[in-house]
Design a protein around this ligand. Structure first.
Ligand SMILES: Cc1ncc(C[n+]2csc(CCOP(=O)(O)OP(=O)(O)O)c2C)c(N)n1
Length: 302
């Protein structure tokens, strides 16, 4: 899990550099600071389980086993990308590993995951479907409709709120009367679990229970994972979050990767070695993407 989290972090740092250099264009939503959630959840999943992602989805795909070369190529809009260069940052797909795509519509992945959960139940398969969404997705009617149906039909559906306290620039306190989103599960009679989203083991433990319940035909779970996004919302909107709050969450003791490194007693030289291994894979991914051709005109129409 430490390796996965670090891969996500270093991938995102490369993306940030390439974006600034103009090699990646469009809106990019970085996942830095939130790595423990995708990592802890995916560690509980199988390849044939479904993940429906968001606009901030690079980490979800890496944690599900995404190919870094094809991801980097997609971000650069190249034909070798995981969506043939037609999707970009918010529309990466890899159904071969159960990654059913990013989504530019806040909350848009939730009903799609519900459909996949229904499909699994209908076919008698024991796959589960995970929908990621931010706190902004929490206020969407479709979440509540989906929780209702998932609870009623005992669907293998796991709703994972990545509660980073802001929807773009709007704090949770301005949008919701209750800030503990795990309580939103109770009216549906399903478990709602609030978890430290910067602790990959805590996330993993909660996800494992949710997956076991879903596979056993006992139905849905809602996870409310508390975290903080270290970077601005995207490369376009200025960051106006209070500096003290950013400093507090930015402290090294709160960093999900550093917390795991310390817990595992990984020394700095061991950590540097791991980092170098991942960086070398990223060098190859960037080179692969740079050398790849652009899609042919019209190839994205179908
Ligand atoms: C239905 C819908 N409304 C508004 C937007 C514009 N929008 C893009 S990202 C975003 C904020 C999303 O916040 P959240 O869901 O908390 O995720 P985060 O960006 O914090 O990861 C908004 C409002 C959108 N993409 N879709």
């Amino acid at each position: 899990m430490l390796r996965t989290m670090l891969s996500i972090r270093l991938f995102e740092q490369r993306v940030k550099q390439l974006y600034r250099a103009g090699e990646i264009v469009g809106a990019i939503h970085l996942y830095i600071g939130e790595e423990a959630i995708a990592t802890g959840v995916s560690e509980a999943l199988r390849r044939d389980d479904y993940v429906f992602s968001t606009h901030r989805g690079h980490g979800h795909l890496i944690a599900k086993g995404g190919d870094l070369k094809r991801m980097m190529a997609e971000l650069m809009g190249k034909a070798t990308g995981c969506s043939r260069g037609c999707g970009g940052s918010m529309h990466m797909f890899d159904p071969s590993i159960g990654f059913m795509g990013g989504n530019g519509i806040v909350g848009g992945g939730i009903p799609l995951a519900l459909g996949a959960a229904f499909s699994a139940q209908y076919r008698g398969a024991d796959s589960v479907a995970v929908a990621y969404f931010g706190d902004g997705g929490m206020y969407q009617g479709v979440l509540h409709e989906s929780l209702n149906l998932a609870a009623k039909w005992k669907l293998p559906f796991i709703a994972v709120c990545e509660n980073n306290r802001y929807a773009a620039t709007t704090p949770v306190a301005k949008s919701a009367a209750s800030h503990d989103f795990s309580t939103y599960a109770a009216p549906h009679g399903i478990p709602g679990v609030r978890v430290d989203g910067n602790d990959c083991l805590a996330v993993h433990k909660a996800a494992k229970q949710a997956v076991a319940r879903a596979r056993a035909g006992q139905g849905a779970t809602l996870l409310d994972c508390e975290t903080y996004r270290v970077e601005p919302h995207c490369g376009i909107i200025p960051d106006d979050r209070p500096q003290e709050e950013r400093d507090e969450w930015g402290r090294i003791e709160n960093d999900p990767i550093e917390r795991s490194r310390r817990r595992l007693k990984i020394t700095q030289p061991q950590f540097a070695k791991l980092r170098a291994e991942i960086e070398s894979g990223l060098d190859e991914a960037v080179e692969f993407a740079r050398q790849s051709p652009m899609p042919k005109i019209g190839s994205c129409d179908a």
